[in-house]
Design a protein. Structure first.
Length: 173
């Protein structure tokens, strides 16, 4: 894959969404971010067999979002095949959400662990293994709220040289 256009190794890969309003990373024990790489538009994380991991989502904005997440093609809340139409977790403004595993009750989860295809939760639960190794998160804003990031549009279209000539001294000098 190193020969693929857009390949880039990452010591601590973090996926930025909506111009940095949200970030997603995969963490192990002690908040260790797994190394990985980017190839084209895909982000990869490198973990070891049996290692536990969490999906960590940070909201850097003043807006609330819903995060619908999947691991191995299964919804992290109900363990059934994933779909963007399912319920998700709320990610409150300027807060961090950590998803530690497949929800098995209001108070417990089945931990996410790197494993073989045959040993995956998806394969063992009989729900299919074609998406093993794929972690997905879809974000939705609240109805009627159109998130904007400060003056991002204004800055993107800013002219670094708006006037010709030289700097003028401040008045009174």
């Amino acid at each position: 894959m190193a020969g693929t256009e857009g390949y880039r190794a990452e010591d601590r890969p973090v996926l930025s969404v909506l111009e940095g309003m949200l970030t997603v990373r995969i963490e192990g024990d002690n908040a260790r971010v797994f190394p990985g790489f980017i190839s084209g538009e895909r982000h990869y994380v490198i973990g070891q067999q049996g290692e536990r991991y969490s999906i960590v989502i940070q909201n850097h904005s003043p807006y609330r979002f819903e995060a619908v997440a999947s691991v191995d093609g299964l919804d992290v809340i109900d363990g059934l095949p994933a779909a963007t139409s399912k319920r998700g977790y709320l990610v409150h403004p300027n807060r961090t959400l950590t998803i530690d595993g497949f929800r098995t009750s209001d108070n417990a989860v089945a931990a996410f662990r790197f494993s073989s295809v045959r040993g995956s939760y998806a394969a063992e639960s009989g729900k299919g293994d074609q998406n093993v190794g794929v972690i997905g998160v879809a974000f939705f804003n609240e109805k009627g709220v159109n998130p904007t990031w400060g003056d991002a549009e204004k800055r993107r279209n800013a002219n670094p040289f708006p006037a010709e000539g030289y700097a003028q001294p401040p008045p009174g000098r």
